[in-house]
Every structure is written in C-alpha cells, then in structure tokens.
Design a protein around this ligand. Structure first.
Ligand code: NDP
Length: 286
C-alpha cells in the first residue's frame, strides 16, 4: 500500500482547497511548536512545515529552547488560542521532562486541536460528535479505503494501545461505518501470537523495530505497520536507518502491507493538513 502516493494525492486536494480559502481572504495556518532539539522531533516538524508550505498554507514555526518553562509554554499556547489567524496548533511530542505533557495537551483549544489529543476532542471522536479525527488513525483508515480492503466484519488486531494510535484507531474501527471487530493488544496480552494469527487486518503500533515476525501473521492478512523506529546503522549516511514494527520478511505472507518508510507516515502528514483546512473552513463560516 503506497502511502506516499496517496498522501501526495490528498496533499494536492488540500492545495486546491487552501487556494479556495485564500481567495476568500484567509490563509490556513498551523502553528508548529517545538521545545528543545530532539533530532527526530526536529525532522518531524520540518517535514510538516515543508508540507504546509507546499500546500500554500502558512506554517507559524515556533522554536523554543529546552529550558522553556511549562508556564512559558502554556502562555504561548494561550496566545495562539486567541490568535484568529491561527487555525491549528501542534506541539511536537515529546516535550522536555520538566514539562507536564498532559497540561500542554489540555491547554490547546479543542477547536484548534488538529492532532485530536485534547480530552474534549477525544470524547467527541469516541461519541461521534464531529470535530477533528486523529491524524495517524485517520491516515490508516484512508489507506484501507483506497485499497478497497473489506473492513466490515473483519477481525482487526492492533498491537499497541497508546492514546495517539491504538486507542483512537480501535474506536474508529468499531464505528458502524467501518464495522470491524477489534482486538487491542499490549504488554499485558498473554500469548500475543495467538491473537495476531487471527487477524484479517493486523496493525502494528508497538514502537519495537521488526517485532512482528512472519510466523505471527496469517497467510494473506493485511498488514499495516505504523511503527517508525530509528535503528543504529553505521553503514547508513546518518548513522541510523528507519524501520517499522514489522519484520520486512513478513511482507511475503501479507496480501497487502504498508512499507516503512512510505506507508502510514506520509498519510499522517496529509491528514494533518486536511484538519488544518477543515479548521480554516470552519473559521470562514463563523
Ligand atoms: P507508545 O510507546 O506510546 O505505545 C506503544 C504501545 O505498544 C503500548 O501500548 C505498549 O503496551 C505496546 N507494546 C510495546 N511493546 C509491546 C510488546 N512487546 N507486546 C505487546 N504490546 C507492546 O507508542 P506510540 O503509539 O506513540 O507509537 C508506536 C509506534 O508508532 C512508534 O514506532 C512510533 O514512532 C510510531 N508512530 C508512527 C506514526 C506515523 O505517522 N506513522 C505516528 C505515531 C507513532 P503497554 O501499553 O502495555 O505499554
């Protein structure tokens, strides 16, 4: 499943929508806040900012030193909440250890919470009350739809129950519109392989490089690899390579699979842009 191609297609659609909004006098704008200099985080925000620019949207880049206090960060978020020119706010995770991440998530106004991390956004998503959909889970659903994968009635096994991937994805998949039956696995799951072998659709989001081995996959299953892991590799130019949670040899057993890189990652960015557009469109109708 080519997430890079589908992501680019969605970004082209976003570009057209952005131009239409701009013609009405508003430039869709995402504030991207990065605290500290974590190299992986820096590379994520740079790709997001580049994608925004390419789509003709504004990226308000806010780089803060590692020493930024929680109060300083919260007051910057407050300013962004009150700024009519900003339609979305993204604070790149993780924040430095001296800052309470939950306080940061809860400081972002739900109407600008394009990541869908705020408890109000999550509640609205679970109760199907509208609002933004979380980017990575939404990207996975788009991929399944693009490749006409039969989700209704399928047994989906997700490995990983994080707030940003596993939990929201399970909640979206059990919506009537998808009608999947979901098993959510985690470190407390006994006999993981017994569950993964039952999956018609296996979604790996454990953050463990090449952890899902070929013998854990039912023949012909659909395999979605959400994992993005940096693994040291002296032969690579940057000293590391990026790999997923699924052993690449497992692709042979799958009927469809998402590569890493080039699978779910680019979809996450595309869905983020789409959420910013949605927010800007809402501000037009206010
Ligand atoms: P977290 O570390 O927050 O969560 C990992 C989850 O996997 C936890 O629920 C954990 O269980 C479970 N898990 C870990 N090891 C095992 C194991 N051995 N057996 C069963 N379950 C296990 O990770 P995230 O959800 O934030 O990210 C997961 C991966 O997805 C990472 O590689 C991350 O980089 C990537 N990612 C990719 C994105 C994309 O755009 N493609 C976006 C977001 C994340 P427990 O709860 O019991 O600890």
């Amino acid at each position: 499943m080519d997430g890079k191609a589908l992501g680019l297609k969605i970004r082209e659609e976003v570009k057209i929508k952005a131009a239409a909004i701009k013609a009405k006098g508003i430039t869709p704008c995402l504030a991207v806040v990065l605290v500290g200099e974590d190299p992986a985080s820096l590379s994520y925000v740079t790709s997001k900012e580049k994608a925004l620019e390419e789509a003709g949207m504004e990226s308000r880049d806010i780089r803060l030193p590692e020493s930024t206090s929680e109060n300083e960060l919260l007051s910057i978020i407050k300013e962004l909440n009150n700024d009519n020119k900003v339609h979305g706010i993204l604070v790149q995770s993780p924040v430095p250890k001296h800052i309470n991440e939950e306080n940061v998530i809860e400081a972002v106004a739900p109407e600008k919470d394009v990541d869908c991390f705020h408890p109000v956004s999550v509640g609205n998503m679970i109760l199907e009350k509208g609002g933004f959909l979380p980017c990575t889970p939404h990207g996975v659903l788009k991929l399944l739809r693009e490749y006409n994968i039969q989700v209704a009635g399928a047994h989906v096994v997700i490995v990983g129950r994080s707030n940003i991937v596993g939990k929201p994805l399970a909640n979206l998949l059990i919506r009537k519109e998808y009608n999947a039956t979901v098993t959510l696995c985690h470190t407390g799951t006994k006999d993981l392989i017994k569950h993964t072998l039952q999956a018609d659709i296996l979604i790996a989001a454990a953050g463990r490089p090449a952890f899902i081995k070929p013998d854990m996959i039912k023949n012909g299953a659909i395999v979605i690899d959400v994992g993005i892991n940096r693994v040291e590799d002296a032969s690579a130019k940057k000293g590391y390579r990026v790999c997923g949670d699924v052993d690449p040899c497992a692709a042979d057993r799958a009927s469809f699979f998402t590569p890493v890189p080039g699978g779910v990652g680019p979809m996450t960015i595309a869905m983020l842009l789409q959420n910013v557009i949605e927010s800007a469109q809402r501000s037009l109708s206010k």
